[in-house]
Design a binder for this molecule. Sequence first.
Ligand code: FE2
Ligand code: FE2
Length: 374
Amino acid sequence: MKKQLKFNNGKFRVLCFGDLHESNEFNTENDQAKFNDMQLLMKTAVERLKPDLAVFMGDMYCSNDMPDEMIAKIVKPITDAGIPFAAVLGNHEHDRDEGPVVNALLTNPHSLCFNDDPEITGNLNYNLTIQASDSDKTVANLWFIDSNNVCPSANVSIYDWVHKDQIEWYERKAAELKEQNGGEPVPAVLFQHIPVAEESQALREAKPWEFYQSVKGHGFRSNKRFVGNEKVVAGYVGEDPCVPQYHEGQFESWKKTGDVVAAFFGHDHLNDFTCIVDGIMMGQCKTAGFRCYTDGCQSSVRVVDIFEDNPRNVRTKVFKFKDFGLKCTCLGPIKRTINDKQSIALTIASRVAMGAAAVGTVAVAATKLKGKNK
Ligand SMILES: [Fe+2]
Ligand SMILES: [Fe+2]
């Protein structure tokens, strides 16, 4: 039987792990070092932050080989501590045959994942309620939503979005919880891989003198550069959020339903900012691993605290690999030490240098050609 979540001394703590991109491929020594560093971060975060639940934010396991064994291996620091875990699916889990990975997530004895309605789009759409410390009263709720994969038509959107039938399912379930709660919405925190389109409202176009700390636009706005605006309340904008360019009103549905206090996303490996848009907190979970793109030693975990006496007062904080004082073995000496802003500046500088080198090469070639033509 699945474990019923309960507040513990007035608090419920979730520990989020973004985009691990783990796989069963250990072709080099460095692959093993990347896995070991990820496990060190996970073990240290679990020991020091003592969560009640771990949540994997999608793109957790990007392989079809031995998913049962590998997922059990990935989550070992969590399950060894007796902590249950939940997960949402990322686009890279959809890229592969969904069966084995979903099955491994459904059957792991420490997993709380399930699929509430097989008739709706996606998989692992579900919710977990949190009961009061000393009774079976539902005090808060956690949503886990599948944001699907890429859009079949790149002219409409690069990434897919949460479909209308999923939104209707969420509204039906939220209405049931509200009725059981004496007509009051049950305060909820939502977890999903791809962010909602409205998260882009936390960025504005960069002024020319801000370029060194700006990020390149994603998708249809890739010709512009952006920085965070006043809606960003904490953390770091490391890339333009890779949101879908089309949606079916998921964020508006949260506002109308009135239960979602905060939503947390994965997908953007470099973002760990928290913003507030129309009164709803939204936070990005940077990658907690080293297998896919990341900024130096910035891989991190995010804590989300929900309080029993006021579950609408959600607090959140990011803890980076470096913050724990851990020693990274998989990265070289420069990558180990650079910070986020240096990483963006270095990327821009390297692109400029590459551009200059390309111009120089063309100029030299043109001169040689001119000489030959004489
Ligand atoms: Fe990812
Ligand atoms: Fe992703």
